[in-house]
Design a protein around this ligand. Structure first.
Ligand SMILES: C[S@@+](CC[C@H](N)C(=O)[O-])C[C@H]1O[C@@H](n2cnc3c(N)ncnc32)[C@H](O)[C@@H]1O
Length: 328
């Protein structure tokens, strides 16, 4: 976790060493060798957040790692398009921090096409990262002249390298997303919410309070996180509305939350239609789900999670029985 000191934010050499998978001594030797400013806080060397971009650039280039192999291939039709949203997406895909977490251009095109066909009145996105999937959806709405707004919730924490997948860093993803959406000329279609999705789910009535026709869940990919998102937002999805889950093939994407939610709650459930779609170039996979009728078990789970006393009782014997009932 970054620490604030004297009106500046700092990252510790220990945290950076974990990100880079080296020892803290290696990090310290590197920052000294390259003359980065440092401060000692509680006996640990820290480096200022405003030098991190330079720090990671220099570090990866010192290691001989160029970002070249870490971008999505941009299809010619997207590269050659003169639409502001396509030009913006092309630029976004050229940033090292935008691989591999966002939807690929192939998956984005699929998402845009879905939005054009479904014509949702309201879209809620959980997890927008830097806004790539959000722009794909907004471009779809724009194309069909649909007045819907996309509400997009994310923690918008600093984006750190994630070795060996991502070699980029971004200090303020919300600002980047807002600027990108403005360049794409789609600001009027998108409202970003910087908050935890679980907090939003519990206060949905206060924050948005509209039925959701299209829910894109791509936030916390752990079993507990993904299940909590489904449970909290599912009651707000209209009958006939759609839910999209990304990263459903753990063997390819390394996350098991979406798969768990499908297998445990959505597969072979008469309240839902479900189709799994292979994706390219990485087969992280997408599940397209249609809510056909109310699933009382999920509704009950949502009411339980929203009960203020749930936090208190969830680990006592009654809470444990309730959790078992929901999970079985
Ligand atoms: C895989 S990325 C989303 C990629 C994006 N949908 C795209 O295709 O461009 C996952 C995002 O979920 C966000 N996230 C994780 N847990 C969250 C939570 N509890 N609440 C809100 N956002 C969360 C992360 O900050 C991250 O930006």
């Amino acid at each position: 976790m970054p620490v604030d000191y004297d009106n500046e934010t700092f990252y510790s050499s220990e945290e950076l060493s974990q990100i880079l998978r080296v020892t803290p001594e290696d990090v310290i030797a590197f920052v000294k060798d390259k003359n980065f400013n440092t401060v000692k806080l509680q006996n640990v060397i820290h480096i200022p957040k405003n030098t991190l971009e330079d720090f990671f650039d220099k570090y990866f280039s010192f290691q001989g790692i160029t970002g070249d192999r870490n971008y999505y291939r941009i299809p010619d039709w997207l590269k050659n398009s003169t639409s502001p949203w396509a030009i913006t997406l092309t630029k976004m895909y050229q940033k090292t921090f935008n691989y591999p977490s966002p939807l690929s251009p192939e998956q984005g095109e699929f998402l845009k096409s879905l939005v054009c066909n479904i014509k949702p009145k309201n879209v809620l996105e959980i997890g927008c990262f830097t806004g790539i999937s959000t722009i794909w959806m907004a471009a779809g709405l724009e194309q069909i002249g649909n007045p819907a707004t996309i509400h997009s919730v994310d923690l918008f924490d600093d984006i750190m390298p994630w070795l060996p997948h991502r070699y980029g860093y971004l200090s303020n993803p919300l600002e980047f997303a807002q600027e990108s959406v403005a360049t794409a000329q789609l600001s009027h279609r998108i409202k970003f919410h910087k908050m935890n999705s679980q907090e939003m789910g519990k206060k949905y009535h206060e924050i948005i309070n509209e039925p959701i026709d299209f829910l894109f869940i791509d936030g916390d990919h752990t079993k507990r996180g993904c299940l909590t998102d489904l449970i909290l937002f599912y009651p707000h999805v209209s009958i006939g509305g759609y839910i999209l889950l990304h990263d459903i093939y753990p063997e390819d994407c390394d996350w098991d939350g979406p798969r768990f939610v499908i297998d445990k709650f959505l597969q072979n459930n008469s309240h839902f239609d479900l189709v799994e779609v292979n994706t390219s170039p990485n087969n992280f996979g997408i599940a397209l789900i249609r809510k056909l009728s109310i699933d009382r078990k999920l509704d009950f789970a949502a009411r339980l999670l929203k009960t203020p006393s749930w936090q208190r009782i969830k680990n006592n014997p009654i809470g444990k029985i309730m959790k078992k009932l929901i999970l079985n």
